[in-house]
Design a protein around this ligand. Structure first.
Ligand code: NAD
Length: 299
């Protein structure tokens, strides 16, 4: 059993923390939203009122925060994790952020004698709830070895992707695929509707054909074929359109920096940007809600 501080108890963090408790670990959690901390306490965790308090005495500190700026503040701020973590603590950031920030924070942690890995995830809230996430981990071998059993309590696949920041590199590439395929699947359903083809029929055929992909078979953007997908609850997130856009922008930034070509990634980022700009509230809609935008857009 480990004493774990968990910071960021949102759509992903809360169910991940709950799975750690189910595996027998003691979790002290903090979130800026008090109600989320309350939910952790109801599930058997300990409520903390600050980042520093969540770190107090923890052998491991896990973060699941929205974006790079939040992660930087939580780790490097006054009374942040690097300043507050116990000596010998292992730090695990599972947020999706840019590679450079991940490497900067890892270097600051190591300079203080702490071990750190970046360990972003794939699998969505269903994966977080069911402890079936995929973790892609960047960091030293010894840090990975310590992190692996803890991550296994929250996921079913844990891959060491290389040194610090490489977990984030893998995640950004994965989500480039996700953003593009969600738009492609949504375009196909909208076209099918216009052609008089039932959505369920397209699903039955494409899920067994070369169009098969996660966006179709695990997160179908039309209601019906995949009962757990956000389409069945009016596109309540899930994984917000704002976060999808964040990840597509991260991919574009590094594509530019490394002179990699990414025309479909650029197109996907533009489509999500237009979706978010189109109406108040779209940023918080699940990213599969892009289908509504595509349906309403006409040439
Ligand atoms: P979320 O917005 O639901 O949760 C983030 C939480 O962090 C919020 O509850 C917020 O209050 C809290 N927070 C922000 N700053 C804080 C701080 N300084 N201290 C304490 N708490 C703070 O986001 P989410 O959907 O859980 O996603 C978290 C991360 O996981 C993101 O980086 C996202 O890209 C990634 N991710 C999400 C999904 C998904 O399906 N939702 C899937 C894979 C990866």
């Amino acid at each position: 059993m480990a004493r774990i501080g968990f910071i960021g108890l949102g759509n992903m963090g809360l169910p991940m923390a709950e799975n750690l408790m189910k595996a027998g670990h003691a979790v002290t959690g903090f979130d800026l939203v008090k109600a989320s901390v309350g939910k952790l306490a109801v599930a058997g965790g300990t409520a903390a009122t600050s980042v520093a308090q969540a770190c107090d005495g923890a052998e491991m500190v896990i973060t699941m925060l929205p974006a790079g700026s939040h992660v930087r503040d939580a780790y490097l701020g006054e009374d942040g994790i690097v300043a507050s973590a116990a000596a010998e603590a292992l730090l695990i950031d599972s947020s999706t952020i840019d590679v450079e920030t991940a490497r900067t924070i890892a270097a600051a942690a190591v300079a203080k004698g702490l071990m750190m890995v970046d360990a972003p995830v794939s699998g969505g809230i269903a994966g977080a709830q069911g402890a079936t996430l995929t973790f892609m981990v960047g960091g030293e071998e010894a840090a990975f070895a310590r992190a692996e059993p803890i991550l296994s309590a929250m996921g079913k696949t844990v891959v060491h992707a290389g040194g610090a920041g490489n977990g984030q590199a893998a995640k950004i590439c994965n989500n480039l695929i996700l953003g593009v395929t969600m738009i492609a699947v949504s375009e196909a359903f909208v076209l099918a509707e216009k052609l008089g083809l039932e959505p369920q029929k397209l699903f039955d055929i494409a899920s067994k054909s070369s169009g098969q992909c996660w966006s179709l078979t695990s997160y179908c953007p039309v209601p019906g074929p995949v009962p757990t997908s956000p389409a069945n609850r009016d596109y309540r997130a899930g994984f917000t359109a704002a976060m999808m856009l964040k990840d597509l922008k991260l991919a574009q930034d590094v594509a530019r920096a490394t002179r990699a070509t990414s025309p479909l990634g650029a197109g996907a980022a533009a489509v999500y940007q237009a979706f978010i700009d189109n109406a108040d509230g779209n940023a918080g809609v699940d990213f599969s809600g892009i289908i509504r935008f595509l349906r309403e857009s006409t040439h």
